[in-house]
Design a protein around this ligand. Structure first.
Ligand SMILES: Nc1ncnc2c1ncn2[C@@H]1O[C@H](COP(=O)(O)OP(=O)(O)OP(=O)(O)O)[C@@H](O)[C@H]1O
Ligand SMILES: [Mg+2]
Length: 255
């Protein structure tokens, strides 16, 4: 097995004449919480979209461990243990919080089991197991008190925790988080960080896009920076803090 949870090779995305991601080659170290930074429009979300299967690369490859996953759809990747959250959470707003979690895994209701009666019983059992699992995850992300609320009614910060919960339904080994702390109050951000750390100690690899430099420097290592579709820096958070090019290109403009 390779040391890399994810390997990107020459990953490129063109939107018409515009190259949003330009020849990105990267290895994400297994067991890391890797930070991905860069100014608005740098191509960070587009990169996530290609890795998580919601956009097909124009060229290049993505591997999850040793498995080439280039161009596979999100549901397949979810069942292979790669999950992502969205920069802007998109829950099913009228469905309850717990139902949102129960929808997350790919449908796998006893299609192969012969016999309608047996199938029905099996479905009921699976649904029960799914609900138990969803409840457990809601406990973990501290949302169990909101289980039966419509997901559209919870706060923005709680939606970010719900997104993490949805990702966890697939028992992922790798989770991509797109700006998990943006617009989230400090209390919920702290809960989020605690949960990320706990999962990470249990072996889950994270890649985290964040503009909040304090968050990145404190919680992410290594740090990767993109600008104009390309990787412009890779190093430890300490190196990121003191890299003049990075300060100039990114931190300078953010300040
Ligand atoms: N579907 C699309 N069609 C055309 N252009 C797109 C599309 N998606 C993204 N882009 C462009 O690609 C560039 C990179 O966008 P992307 O969303 O990946 O940036 P980002 O680094 O995530 O920025 P932010 O920090 O603002 O979220 C931007 O110029 C954006 O306008
Ligand atoms: Mg983005």
């Amino acid at each position: 097995m390779t040391d890399s949870a994810l390997s990107l090779r020459g990953l490129t995305k063109d939107f018409g004449p515009f190259r949003a991601v330009d020849d990105v080659t990267l290895d994400i170290r297994r067991g890391s919480i890797t930070g991905l930074i860069g100014p608005n429009g740098a191509g960070k979300t587009t990169l996530f979209n290609m890795v998580a299967g919601s956009l097909k690369p124009s060229s290049g490859t993505v591997s999850l461990g040793d498995v080439d996953i280039t161009g596979r759809p999100p549901e397949t990747l979810f069942s292979l243990g790669l999950a992502r959250t969205f920069q802007i959470p998109r829950p099913f707003r009228r469905m309850s919080v717990v139902e949102n979690l129960m929808l997350a895994p790919p449908a796998q209701i006893g299609e192969t089991v012969p016999g309608a009666l047996f199938r029905r019983r099996n479905v009921a059992r699976q649904e029960h197991a799914l609900r138990d699992k969803a409840q457990g995850i809601l406990d973990f992300v501290t949302l169990s008190h909101l289980a039966d609320q419509p997901a559209g009614m919870i706060s923005g910060g709680q939606m970010k925790l719900l997104e993490l919960g949805r990702a966890l339904m697939g028992d992922p080994s790798v989770i991509l988080l797109d700006e998990p702390a943006a617009g989230v109050n400090p209390t919920l951000t702290n809960i989020l960080i605690e949960r990320i750390r706990e999962l990470n100690e249990g072996g889950v690899t994270f890649v985290v896009i964040e503009h909040d430099m304090d968050f990145v420097m404190r919680h992410c290592d290594p740090v990767i920076a993109m600008a104009a579709g390309r990787v412009m820096f890779q190093g430890t958070s300490e190196e990121a803090r003191t890299n003049p090019e990075l300060l100039d290109a990114y931190l300078g403009t953010a300040a």
